[in-house]
Design a protein around this ligand. Structure first.
Ligand SMILES: [Zn+2]
Length: 281
């Protein structure tokens, strides 16, 4: 059995390593094979704080194994950055977690539809999960900007971030300087404006204020690569501003800028056209 358990350990370690995008003493970031979606796990003395456990069944098992191995007697908190189905797909695998989310996410009237999207996804790709997907119910509800939560030595500061979806959330974790940005400030996606252009513009202002008011050391987007580089963080912010402005100006050459900048642009270009019609309204 020794060899077997060693083998099992090896497999788990290998799967875990192949998913880890970024790691330092406070934070480990897992990256899914799908859409470069990230799950961040932050270790503090009193708590373990995770974002959006996602996507594929094996990936969620790997993340769960990682959490089980390191958590000890600490409480697990999960921040749901927003209610798009790919971000809440793992919620059912962590029933013991205390959930943090916006009031809008908590009171979403379309919970059933979100669950149906998960069901349709698993049907389409013949995926079985060892847990039942659920829509998360918040234990800690974020209802205003700069709301804080003290967990031992760390302070979480929350900001409402509507625009991508109505229920999006930014979290800053200090003193580590971690900015959990949800589906904003990505290096692989231009702004996806699903709920409101006006809100999106305002939320980018909020992001700018966060960079002024907090010492940010690591930016973690919901899709793409986390970065510790200050110039890179600023350039992502400025590109979002530029993009939103050019959208409203109806700049035809914007599409060429996007094609040059984003490797997967052809897979997401319909969202750019949707953004144009939303910005015009
Ligand atoms: Zn997303």
């Amino acid at each position: 059995m020794r060899v077997f358990s060693f083998g099992l350990f090896f497999i788990n370690t290998f799967e875990e390593d192949s998913m880890i995008q970024f790691q330092n003493q406070h934070i480990t970031i897992f990256q899914s094979a799908l859409y470069m979606t990230t799950t961040a796990i932050i270790q503090t003395k009193k708590a373990v704080i995770m974002t959006d456990p996602t996507w594929l069944p094996k990936e969620i098992e790997t993340i769960k194994h990682h959490v089980d191995e390191m958590i000890g007697d600490r409480q697990l908190y999960i921040i749901y950055t927003h209610s798009d189905f790919d971000h809440i797909i793992g919620a059912g695998a962590f029933p013991e977690a205390k959930v943090i989310a916006t009031r809008t996410l908590h009171h979403n009237l379309n919970k059933e539809e979100v669950l149906q999207e998960i069901e349709a996804f698993d049907q389409k790709y013949y995926l079985k999960r060892n847990y039942k997907p659920i829509y998360p119910s918040a234990d800690i509800i974020v209802s205003q900007d700069a709301q804080t939560l003290q967990l031992g030595e760390v302070t979480l500061t929350f900001y409402l971030a509507p625009g991508h979806t109505k229920d999006s959330l930014f979290t800053v974790i200090e003193p580590y300087g971690i900015f959990l940005a949800g589906d904003y400030l990505s290096d692989v996606e231009f702004p996806f404006v699903f709920s409101s252009y006006k809100d999106y513009v305002e939320t980018i202002r909020t992001a700018e204020r966060i960079l002024e008011d907090h010492l940010i050391r690591v930016l973690v987007p919901g899709h793409g690569t986390a970065t510790q580089n200050e110039d890179e963080i600023i350039s992502r912010l400025y590109f979002s501003k530029y993009y939103l402005k050019e959208l409203s100006r109806n700049n035809d050459s914007l599409i060429d800028v996007l094609r040059n900048k984003y490797t997967f642009f052809d897979g997401m270009k319909s969202i750019h056209f949707d953004n144009i019609s939303l910005a015009r309204r």
